[in-house]
Design a protein around this ligand. Structure first.
Ligand code: FAD
Length: 407
């Protein structure tokens, strides 16, 4: 029995528990998660941890003693299968009931599977979402030479960078005509394609996968819809996530492509909150479109809002989104959301390996991608928050720090 039960012990869930105690909340907090580990940070899974450069212990969000000292009860390896919103009960896989006063749902998402369903039952097919996923992947890497990555988004490309550096032959298959197409403009996509090609990565763009090919229950290749078969010792699927929300949907909570929440992170049930990757919210920085954000920033900021609201401090979620991605020695940092932009301008040249791209909508700067230009990233956040409308010429002038454009 918990006054506040948090389901999902990832970034959002852990931060919610931390923030509740930070707010002085003294009730019983349960942090329930289906993974066996202490809460840990996910970004290194496709970066330093995959590369073997960061031990798992250094990815823990807090040491074990932190949770004990704050009397935050961790329930690892516990999957919540059912929620009864009327009786305020959660049920785990064994049917055991856990009562709650308020519920914070922070279930994140499950990796999307190959549409053809042929990934089931073959070894050597991996997602990169959890510690367990990457432990298994690392174990199988030693015997693998040819790796096919399905999906040219952040995670697929980060993995491609690490694996190429480890001496593997990597081919990335992407359905869109360019990489990172959902999140970046064409000049950024082209820059990353060149970067990866120079490192030895091969690409099949504008190409759909048909199915996986196996032999003796192990994957041996990926068949493309154009008829080509790519041989593979390992396949990594990085084609996004599906939000983990089924128990809430079944409990009658308003859900769509995520759990619908208001600016207080409250769902259609006043005693149930949802935060992080699974929370579908109206975002002030996306022209009030209903979106889900998959970022550490969003998980942390939503967790703080929910904790404040539950402890009686007025709060609402309107944080400016930001993201990052590390590939090779190149750091991409994004401020804001570029969706629906109608103009763009480059600061500096991609050939220099350090440049930014600003996105504008109706004359206003709405987002900026900074490639190895951390100062632009920091200053662009202020510019976007100020809802500034700088001229394209001023934005392009690399001699002029962006902060001088803040009105
Ligand atoms: P998660 O961290 O996924 O946590 C959800 C937890 O809930 C999981 O442990 C899940 O197993 C558990 N769960 C789900 N359903 C149940 C249930 N029914 N019962 C019990 N437990 C359940 N973001 C960035 O900003 N920058 C990056 O560079 C970056 N890199 C990333 C690299 C990788 C490989 C991945 C996978 C993600 C990366 N992200 C990055 C995204 C970031 O990690 C997520 O946005 C963040 O983890 C979201 O936090 P969350 O708590 O909402 O979900």
């Amino acid at each position: 029995q918990f006054d506040i039960a948090i389901v999902g012990a990832g970034h959002a869930g852990a931060q919610a528990a931390i923030a509740l105690r930070g707010q002085g909340y003294e009730g019983r907090i349960g942090l329930i998660g289906d993974e066996p580990d202490l809460p840990y940070e996910r970004p290194p899974l496709s970066k330093e941890y995959l590369a073997g450069e960061k031990p798992f212990e250094r990815m823990l969000l807090r040491k074990e003693s932190f949770w004990e000292e704050r009397d935050i009860r961790l329930l690892p390896s516990t999957r919540i299968e059912r929620v009864d919103a009327r009786t305020h009960e959660l049920f785990d896989a064994e049917g055991e009931s856990i009562r709650y006063g308020k519920l914070i749902w922070a279930g994140g998402g499950e990796p999307r599977r190959m549409p053809c369903g042929s990934d089931a039952g073959l070894s050597g097919v991996h997602a990169i979402r959890t510690h367990a996923d990457v432990q298994l992947l690392r174990k199988e890497l030693a015997a693998a030479d040819r790796i096919v990555v399905v999906g040219g988004g952040y995670i697929g490309l980060e993995a491609a960078a690490v694996l190429t550096r480890l001496g593997k032959h990597v081919t990335v298959v992407e359905a869109a005509t360019r990489l990172l197409s959902r999140v970046c403009g064409a000049p950024i996509s082209d820059f990353y394609e060149r970067l990866h090609r120079a490192a030895g990565v091969e690409f099949r763009l504008n190409t759909m996968t048909d199915c996986l090919e196996g032999e003796d229950h192990h994957v041996r290749g990926v068949r493309l819809s154009c008829g080509e078969s790519l041989p593979a010792d390992l396949v990594i699927i990085g084609i996004g996530i599906v939000p983990s929300i089924e128990p809430l949907t079944a409990a009658g909570i308003d859900t769509a492509n995520g759990v619908r929440v208001d600016a207080q992170c409250r769902t259609s049930d006043p005693d149930i909150f949802a935060i992080g990757d699974c929370a579908l919210h109206v975002n002030a920085w996306a022209d009030s479109a209903e979106i889900r954000l998959e970022s550490v920033q969003n998980a942390n900021d939503m967790a703080k809002v929910a904790a404040q609201v539950i402890t009686g401090t007025p709060a609402h979620y309107d944080a400016l989104p930001w993201f990052w991605s590390n590939q090779y020695d190149v750091k991409l940092q994004t401020a804001g959301l570029s969706m629906g932009y109608d103009d763009h301008v480059l600061r500096g040249s991609p050939d220099e390996g350090s440049f930014s791209m600003a996105y504008l909508k109706a004359g206003r700067i709405v987002a900026l991608d900074a490639v190895n230009r951390p100062a632009d990233f920091v200053q662009a956040q202020k510019l976007i928050r100020a809802r500034a409308s700088p001229s394209l010429a001023a934005l392009a002038d690399i001699e002029m720090p962006l902060k001088t454009l803040i009105p």
